[in-house]
Design a protein around this ligand. Sequence first.
Ligand code: FAD
Ligand code: UDP
Length: 370
Amino acid sequence: MQKKYDFLIVGAGLYGAVFAHEAKKAGKTCFIIDKRKHIGGNIYTEKVADIQVHRYGAHIFHTSNKEVWRYVNQFAEFNRFTNSPMANYKGELYNLPFNMNTFNKMWGVITPEEAMQKIQQQRNDSYVDYPRNLEEQAINLVGLDVYEKLIRGYTEKQWGRPCHELPALIIRRLPVRFTYDNNYFNDPYQGIPIGGYTAMVEKMIEGIEVQLETDYLADKTYWDSVAEHIVYTGPVDAYYNYRFGVLAYRSLTFDTELLDTDNYQGNAVVNYTDSETPYTRIIEHKHFEFGTQPQTIITREYSVEWKLGDEPYYPINDEQNSMLYAKYKQLADVEPYVTFGGRLGEYKYYDMDQVIAAALCRVEEVLRET
Ligand code: FAD
Ligand code: UDP
C-alpha cells in the first residue's frame, strides 16, 4: 500500500531542512517532525530585545565550499561578520586564533622569524615527530607558553579530561599563522545570516508540513507507517535502543542575561582560557550583527559531562566511541528506507557547511534510487 508521504524527516535541524527542501523541489512529499518546540535544531536563533540570540551557542557560518556558499545564499543574505574571538587568561587578553598578534602579546616578538624562533626554543625538549595526543600536538604547534595560557585550561574544561588523553585532531581545527590576521577561519566565505538562522531554515522548509514537540522514537511504528523513506537526524544509538552501548557526548549549559548596557565586552566571543573560571566563553550576541540596540544579551557557556537524557552537543570521536559508532554504522548502512544524517545520525563533529554538503549528497543519491 502506498504510504501518505514520500519522506518523513525526523529533526528540523539543518540536515533535515536541506534534505526536505531538495526532496520537495524534486516533487516529493515530505513531513517533518522534531521533538523540540522549534525548528532549526542547534542553529536556532530567537529575537529578544531586538537582538538575535543564538540559543545553542555561537554559530558562525564559514566554508571553503563555493557550492555550499551559493546554496545558503538562496535562503539568506549574509553579513560581513568575521569571527575574531579574544582569549581572556586571568585578565590578560590575547587574540585568537594563534597568530602574530597573539605571539606579540605573549613574548613581545615583532617578526614572524622571531615568533618561529621562540616557538622552536619552547618546544626543543618536548618535540615529538608523531604527536599522539592533543598536548603533544599543541606544544609542537605553538610551544609551551601558548599551550599553558590559551589551550590547556580551555580544552580541559571543554572536554572534561586532560589534554594528554584527547585526540590531537581536535586542536588541528584551529589555524596557526605567522601573519597579523585574527580571522578564526581560513575559509574564503564567512558571515551570519541577516535576520537569524531560524528565518533561513524557515525559508528552506517553506510549504512543508512540520509537527513540533513530537518524538519519533516514542511512537516509531506509527511514524514508520506514514512515509516510504525515513530521514533520521537523531542519535544513531538511540535509534537502535543502545543495543551495543551508549555513545558518549559532551553537553553544554547556557546562562543567558539581558543587561542594561549597550556594550558588555566589545566582542562577540571571549574565551576564558584559565582552569578556574567555570565557563568556557561568553558570547555577546549583538556583535554578531553589529547591533546598536540600547541593551545587550550575553550568554555564559559551560561545558558539562553528558548523561543519557541530556542534550548531546559534541560527539566524542575518541577510539572507544569510534569503535562503538562503527558497529551502529554497520547496521545503519544496510537499513532499508532509512537515511541516518547529521551530527547525531552520523556521530560526526560536523560544521554547518559540512552538514549541508552531506545532506545534498545524500538526497541526490536517495532521489536517484526512488
Ligand atoms: P541538529 O541541529 O542537532 O538537529 C537535529 C534535530 O533532530 C534536533 O532539532 C533534535 O531535536 C531532533 N531530534 C533528535 N532526535 C529526535 C527524535 N527522536 N524525534 C524527533 N526529533 C528528534 N557549526 C558551524 O559551522 N559554525 C559554528 O560556529 C558552530 N558553532 C557551534 C557551536 C556549538 C555550541 C555547537 C553545539 C555546534 C556548533 N556548530 C557550528 C555545529 C552546528 O551546530 C551543526 O553542524 C548543525 O547544527 C548540525 O545540524 P543537524 O541537523 O545535524 O543537527
Ligand atoms: N581551543 C583552545 N583554546 C581556545 C579555543 C579553542 O585550546 O581559546 C581548542 C580546544 O581544544 C577546542 C579546539 O581548540 O576544543 C577547537 O576549537 P573550536 O573553537 O573549533 O571549537 P568549537 O567551535 O567546536 O567549540
